[in-house]
Design a protein around this ligand. Structure first.
Ligand code: TXA
Ligand code: MG
Length: 540
């Protein structure tokens, strides 16, 4: 079949795409999530061609794309309140809602279900094509079935040129993973597929929202999937993908023992990893990881990779979508290298970390006070003292004996001084922390906790399998440090200003515990601890 190449910024081309769709043709179109392969959603025969072009099982229903909220009313039995609220908050955008369908939706589009998936995309070209077509568009991702979804025009072309009527070039997709799918049919709203709109964003609008078990677990043989798409092998590059759940250090130890293969990893892993690597961005930036994920999977193919060791992402925020796709790309194989299971305990000043640390200790964890370790003689050995003198002057250690007050006075005077001090001491602290971790591990302690206010600054997070952030409202934290450290309000504010803000810590956490008044952290901590112990048990 001859395929027409069109440009999204060209109005004539948009008009042409619309005309092709109106008469029952197929056009690949850009959206903010991934490219979609569109057909008139109300025309069963047109929709059938999508399945044929993709090689997609026809019981897997398609998402119907509209260009305005008012267009959904005729497509569904009724528009529930929850749908209005979600649309208000997240449309246009990477969210798909499932509602009971009307007679207008043919069974080819709904995969034989009596529900329909609806989305109002944010990409202007996608909306313009829907407008030009004058009909809602059914559009699954524009990949051959089973392959990673295309987020660049080159990848769409590679999969679909010659198989469809037209391809509309709109450059690279911004979000990078497919929309969040939430069903509003029957009981509590439930996420069937995580995406760019996060679970907590949905909860902030709807209250209770559940995560379908199929998001994180392989369905048992013969089990019925709420979302049929969940049951197929998905997102697979040709390379075999192995997910490795470990700290950056643990991950690097694991992959560096391999004779070949590729590392699919985070920025923070790069200095540690010896295999050729493809980077997904920072370990703490789920959005960036999502943006790069599918392109990275396809790049593995381009490089001819046979095996890829993917570092397990955090499951918070958009990270959950990245984890969900990687799990499927890996066919649910997760490796947990043997070794210590380390949890970083951190948070802003006055959040009440020590209370949590003490409770973790009672719960059987080994808790390492990294601040105390920072002052230990093992860190300030002779070589260290010489480096400090070279950086800050002889007087920081008269006669070779460290004068902590003088060192603090000089080093903390400027941001550069602080950085210089860190450059000298942090690697030594890390060495000491590794030593203590190793000894706790060989003593059989299951969960080793690093209590470290400067977990990230000191690079201690590279030893952490999980990160637990403790936080509390700013006013509460302020009151606490006033009382505890006998500071003036001004000094306390200054200390806050010198620190990262609370959001810095919470956005880098696997778990966030609110230790404010009445937050009931005890119960939350019990369940976190139980989960941590469960994870740790898998490392033995
Ligand atoms: O971001 C996206 O959603 C992209 C772009 C092109 O909009 N589209 C997309 O479509 O990812 P597709 O067909 O690859 O994925 C649709 C997912 C599948 O997992 C499918 O099983 C599920 O949504 N789905 C569709 N209709 C459903 C329904 N009525 N009930 C349950 N799941 C449904
Ligand atoms: Mg798809």
């Amino acid at each position: 079949m001859e395929t027409l190449f069109l440009k999204a910024h060209n109005t004539n081309d948009i008009g042409q795409a619309g005309a092709i769709l109106r008469r029952g043709g197929l056009v690949a179109i850009p959206t903010e999530t991934v490219y979609g392969l569109a057909a008139n959603a109300l025309d069963g025969a047109a929709v059938k061609r999508i399945y044929a072009a993709k090689g997609r099982p026809s019981d897997n229903p398609l998402i119907v794309h509209v260009s305005g909220f008012s267009q959904i009313a005729p497509l569904v039995k009724e528009v529930p309140d929850a749908a209005r609220k979600l649309a208000e908050a997240f449309w246009p955008g990477p969210l798909t809602m499932i509602l009971e369908k009307s007679e207008l939706i043919p069974s080819e589009t709904s995969g034989g279900l009596d529900t329909v998936a609806l989305r109002l995309p944010a990409h202007p070209a996608a909306r313009a094509v829907i407008e030009a077509a004058g009909v809602p568009l059914a559009a699954p991702s524009a990949n051959l079935s089973g392959r990673p979804s295309p987020t660049t025009f080159a990848h769409v072309r590679a999969d679909l040129a010659g198989k469809v009527d037209a391809l509309l070039d709109g450059g690279d997709c911004q979000v990078g993973v497919e929309s969040t799918v939430v069903t509003l049919v029957g009981g509590t709203p439930r996420v069937l597929r995580p995406g760019g709109v996060t679970l907590s964003q949905l909860q902030s609008v709807l209250g209770d929202v559940e995560l379908d078990p199929a998001v994180l677990h392989q369905l048992g043989e013969g089990a019925k999937a709420a979302s049929p798409g969940m049951k197929y092998k998905h997102y697979s590059p040709r390379a075999q993908v192995v997910l490795v759940d470990a700290s950056p250090e643990g991950y690097a130890r694991f992959v560096n023992e391999k004779k070949g293969g590729w590392a699919l990893c985070f920025e923070e892993d790069l200095p540690l990893v010896e295999l050729p690597a493809i980077c997904l961005g920072s370990r703490y930036d789920g959005g960036e990881q999502a943006h790069r994920l599918f392109r990275a999977l396809l790049e593995l193919d381009e490089k001819g990779a046979q095996t890829a060791y993917a570092h397990c992402p955090m499951q918070t925020g958009v990270g959950l979508a990245v984890y969900n796709r990687l799990l499927r790309a890996a066919g649910f194989t997760i490796v947990r290298p043997k070794g210590p299971f380390v949890v970083g305990l951190t948070g802003p000043s006055g959040a009440g970390k020590s209370t949590i640390g003490a409770q973790l200790k009672r719960g059987g964890c080994s808790v390492l006070d990294c601040d105390a370790l920072t002052r230990s003689a093992r860190v300030y050995d002779e070589a260290c003292i010489q480096e400090l003198q070279a950086a800050f002057g002889e007087d920081v250690a008269p006669g070779g004996t460290l004068d902590r007050k003088e060192l603090a006075r000089r080093a903390f005077a400027t941001p550069e001084g602080r950085a210089q001090l860190g450059a000298i001491t942090f690697p030594r602290i890390l060495t000491q922390v590794r030593r203590v971790i190793a000894s706790a591990h060989s003593a059989g302690v299951p969960v080793i906790v690093l209590d470290a206010p400067t977990l990230f600054e000191a690079g201690l997070d590279s030893a952490c399998d999980r990160i637990l952030t403790v936080t509390a409202p700013e006013e509460v934290r302020l009151t606490r440090i006033l009382e505890r450290d006998h500071l003036s309000p001004e000094q306390a504010r200054e200390r806050f200003a010198a620190q990262k803000d609370a959001a810095f810590y919470t956005s880098r956490a696997d778990y966030v515990l609110d230790n404010g008044p009445g937050a009931g952290w005890e119960e939350a901590l019990r369940s976190v601890l139980q989960e941590l112990k469960g994870e740790a048990a898998k490392r033995l």
